[in-house]
Design a protein around this ligand. Structure first.
Ligand code: AMP
Ligand code: ZN
Length: 139
Protein backbone atom coordinates (compact mmCIF):
# COMPACT_ATOMS: atom_id res chain seq x y z
CA UNK A 1 0.00 0.00 0.00
CA UNK A 2 2.84 2.39 -0.80
CA UNK A 3 2.29 5.70 -2.60
CA UNK A 4 5.55 7.51 -3.50
CA UNK A 5 3.68 10.78 -4.17
CA UNK A 6 1.76 10.81 -0.88
CA UNK A 7 2.18 14.20 0.83
CA UNK A 8 1.94 12.75 4.35
CA UNK A 9 4.53 10.06 3.51
CA UNK A 10 6.78 12.92 2.38
CA UNK A 11 6.22 14.61 5.74
CA UNK A 12 7.06 11.34 7.55
CA UNK A 13 10.27 11.02 5.48
CA UNK A 14 11.18 14.65 6.24
CA UNK A 15 11.01 15.62 2.55
CA UNK A 16 8.51 18.38 3.24
CA UNK A 17 8.31 20.28 6.51
CA UNK A 18 5.64 20.09 9.17
CA UNK A 19 5.07 21.63 12.60
CA UNK A 20 5.48 18.40 14.57
CA UNK A 21 3.88 18.13 18.00
CA UNK A 22 4.30 14.43 18.89
CA UNK A 23 5.89 11.29 17.49
CA UNK A 24 6.46 7.64 18.36
CA UNK A 25 8.11 5.00 16.20
CA UNK A 26 4.81 4.37 14.37
CA UNK A 27 2.74 7.54 14.84
CA UNK A 28 3.23 11.22 13.98
CA UNK A 29 1.18 14.29 14.93
CA UNK A 30 1.58 17.72 13.32
CA UNK A 31 -0.35 20.94 12.80
CA UNK A 32 -2.92 21.05 9.99
CA UNK A 33 -1.90 23.89 7.63
CA UNK A 34 -5.52 24.76 6.91
CA UNK A 35 -7.04 24.64 10.39
CA UNK A 36 -10.82 24.62 10.70
CA UNK A 37 -10.05 26.14 14.10
CA UNK A 38 -6.58 27.30 15.22
CA UNK A 39 -4.83 24.44 16.97
CA UNK A 40 -6.26 21.82 14.56
CA UNK A 41 -3.79 18.93 14.59
CA UNK A 42 -3.48 15.73 12.56
CA UNK A 43 -2.50 12.34 13.99
CA UNK A 44 -1.30 9.80 11.40
CA UNK A 45 0.25 6.35 11.24
CA UNK A 46 3.77 6.76 9.82
CA UNK A 47 3.14 3.80 7.52
CA UNK A 48 0.95 4.56 4.49
CA UNK A 49 -2.59 3.23 4.93
CA UNK A 50 -5.24 4.94 2.76
CA UNK A 51 -8.17 4.87 5.21
CA UNK A 52 -9.17 3.80 8.71
CA UNK A 53 -10.33 0.47 7.29
CA UNK A 54 -6.78 -0.33 6.17
CA UNK A 55 -5.06 0.37 9.51
CA UNK A 56 -3.96 -2.84 11.23
CA UNK A 57 -5.57 -3.43 14.62
CA UNK A 58 -2.21 -3.79 16.34
CA UNK A 59 -1.62 -0.08 15.70
CA UNK A 60 -4.89 0.84 17.36
CA UNK A 61 -3.64 1.21 20.93
CA UNK A 62 -0.67 3.39 19.94
CA UNK A 63 -2.88 5.56 17.74
CA UNK A 64 -5.54 5.99 20.40
CA UNK A 65 -2.87 6.83 22.96
CA UNK A 66 -1.43 9.48 20.60
CA UNK A 67 -4.86 10.95 19.86
CA UNK A 68 -5.56 11.26 23.61
CA UNK A 69 -2.14 12.79 24.39
CA UNK A 70 -2.39 15.23 21.47
CA UNK A 71 -6.03 15.97 22.30
CA UNK A 72 -5.15 16.89 25.88
CA UNK A 73 -2.19 18.98 24.67
CA UNK A 74 -4.31 20.82 22.11
CA UNK A 75 -7.01 21.54 24.69
CA UNK A 76 -4.51 22.79 27.28
CA UNK A 77 -2.51 24.90 24.83
CA UNK A 78 -5.55 26.58 23.28
CA UNK A 79 -7.60 26.72 26.46
CA UNK A 80 -10.34 24.89 24.56
CA UNK A 81 -13.61 23.91 26.18
CA UNK A 82 -14.10 20.87 23.93
CA UNK A 83 -12.49 18.65 21.34
CA UNK A 84 -13.64 17.02 18.12
CA UNK A 85 -11.79 13.97 16.82
CA UNK A 86 -12.85 13.12 13.29
CA UNK A 87 -11.81 11.31 10.19
CA UNK A 88 -12.78 11.43 6.53
CA UNK A 89 -12.59 8.08 4.76
CA UNK A 90 -12.79 8.01 0.93
CA UNK A 91 -13.50 10.98 -1.34
CA UNK A 92 -17.27 10.82 -0.84
CA UNK A 93 -16.69 11.51 2.86
CA UNK A 94 -14.44 14.49 2.11
CA UNK A 95 -11.06 12.76 2.23
CA UNK A 96 -8.52 14.73 0.19
CA UNK A 97 -5.25 13.22 1.42
CA UNK A 98 -5.40 9.45 1.01
CA UNK A 99 -3.10 8.64 3.91
CA UNK A 100 -5.27 7.90 6.94
CA UNK A 101 -5.34 10.77 9.43
CA UNK A 102 -7.34 11.77 12.49
CA UNK A 103 -8.34 15.41 12.81
CA UNK A 104 -8.03 16.73 16.37
CA UNK A 105 -9.87 20.05 16.60
CA UNK A 106 -10.18 22.30 19.66
CA UNK A 107 -13.66 23.71 20.28
CA UNK A 108 -14.86 26.86 21.96
CA UNK A 109 -18.34 28.01 22.93
CA UNK A 110 -19.91 29.83 19.97
CA UNK A 111 -16.95 29.12 17.64
CA UNK A 112 -19.46 28.74 14.81
CA UNK A 113 -18.09 25.41 13.55
CA UNK A 114 -20.99 23.11 12.66
CA UNK A 115 -20.73 19.41 11.96
CA UNK A 116 -23.07 16.43 12.05
CA UNK A 117 -26.31 18.26 11.25
CA UNK A 118 -29.05 15.79 12.27
CA UNK A 119 -31.22 14.10 9.64
CA UNK A 120 -34.10 11.67 10.06
CA UNK A 121 -35.47 8.34 8.91
CA UNK A 122 -38.87 8.10 7.20
CA UNK A 123 -39.95 5.90 10.12
CA UNK A 124 -38.49 3.60 12.77
CA UNK A 125 -38.96 0.61 10.46
CA UNK A 126 -36.50 2.10 7.99
CA UNK A 127 -33.93 2.47 10.77
CA UNK A 128 -34.53 -1.10 11.98
CA UNK A 129 -34.14 -2.43 8.42
CA UNK A 130 -30.80 -0.67 8.06
CA UNK A 131 -29.67 -1.88 11.48
CA UNK A 132 -30.45 -5.45 10.41
CA UNK A 133 -28.56 -5.02 7.12
CA UNK A 134 -25.55 -3.59 8.96
CA UNK A 135 -25.60 -6.39 11.56
CA UNK A 136 -25.54 -8.91 8.72
CA UNK A 137 -22.52 -7.24 7.11
CA UNK A 138 -20.40 -7.00 10.26
CA UNK A 139 -17.70 -9.70 10.06
P1 AMP B 1 -8.96 15.38 4.61
O1 AMP B 1 -9.97 16.22 3.90
O2 AMP B 1 -9.54 14.64 5.78
O3 AMP B 1 -8.20 14.46 3.66
O4 AMP B 1 -7.95 16.39 5.25
C1 AMP B 1 -6.68 16.67 4.76
C2 AMP B 1 -6.11 17.72 5.67
O5 AMP B 1 -4.72 17.79 5.45
C3 AMP B 1 -6.69 19.11 5.47
O6 AMP B 1 -7.25 19.57 6.68
C4 AMP B 1 -5.47 19.93 5.03
O7 AMP B 1 -5.50 21.24 5.55
C5 AMP B 1 -4.33 19.14 5.61
N1 AMP B 1 -3.04 19.26 4.92
C6 AMP B 1 -2.82 19.13 3.59
N2 AMP B 1 -1.51 19.30 3.31
C7 AMP B 1 -0.90 19.52 4.50
C8 AMP B 1 0.45 19.76 4.89
N3 AMP B 1 1.47 19.79 4.00
N4 AMP B 1 0.73 19.95 6.21
C9 AMP B 1 -0.26 19.93 7.11
N5 AMP B 1 -1.57 19.70 6.82
C10 AMP B 1 -1.87 19.50 5.52
ZN1 ZN C 1 1.20 8.17 2.71
Amino acid sequence: MKDPDCIFCKIVRGEIPCAEVYATSRVLAFMDIGPVIKGHTLVIPKEHYPTLLDIPNDLGEELLDAIKRVGRGVMEATNAAGLNVGMNNHAAAGQVVFHAHFHVVPRFPDDGFKLWPPGKYDDMEEMERLAAAIRQQIK
